[in-house]
Design a protein around this ligand. Structure first.
Ligand SMILES: [Zn+2]
Length: 116
C-alpha cells in the first residue's frame, strides 16, 4: 500500500485529489489540515493501491472533416490528431498512432490500433 502525504495550496491539493484516481486506487483520503502558523499550505493523507495493468485499443476515426484522431477505448480521450488521410500512411512510421505503447492519459497498455 502507498501512504502519501500531499502538501500544497488548497487548490493544488484539491486538483491532486481529483486526478489521483486516474492513476491509483484511492482507499482513503483524510480531510485537509491547515499547516501551523501563517502557512498558506494544507496537507492531506492518502492511502492508495497501484492499479492493475489495463489494456486499451486506439481507434482511428474522423474527428471533424479532414481531421483524423486517435481515440482511447478506456478513457475516450483524443490522443493524437492529423490532417493526412491515415489510410495513406498505414504501416509507416508516420502513421497515426505509431509508436504508442500506452495511453498518455489513462496509462493503459495499447494492444491494437484499429480503423473505425
Ligand atoms: Zn486512455
Amino acid at each position: 500500500m502507498i501512504k502519501l502525504r500531499v502538501q500544497g495550496t488548497r487548490e493544488e491539493v484539491d486538483e491532486f485529489i481529483k486526478i489521483a484516481p486516474e492513476y491509483f486506487e484511492v482507499l482513503q483520503c483524510s480531510q485537509p489540515y491547515e499547516n501551523r502558523g501563517v502557512s498558506k499550505f494544507v496537507r492531506v493523507y492518502m492511502d492508495m493501491l497501484q492499479k492493475p495493468p489495463r489494456d486499451c485499443k486506439f481507434k482511428i476515426q474522423e474527428i471533424s472533416k479532414g481531421l483524423w484522431g486517435l481515440v482511447c477505448s478506456e478513457c475516450h480521450k483524443i490522443v493524437q490528431c492529423q490532417h493526412q488521410n491515415p489510410k495513406l500512411l498505414e504501416g509507416s512510421e508516420y502513421a497515426i498512432g505509431y509508436g504508442f505503447k500506452c495511453c498518455p492519459y489513462c496509462k493503459a497498455n495499447v494492444t491494437e490500433v484499429t480503423y473505425e
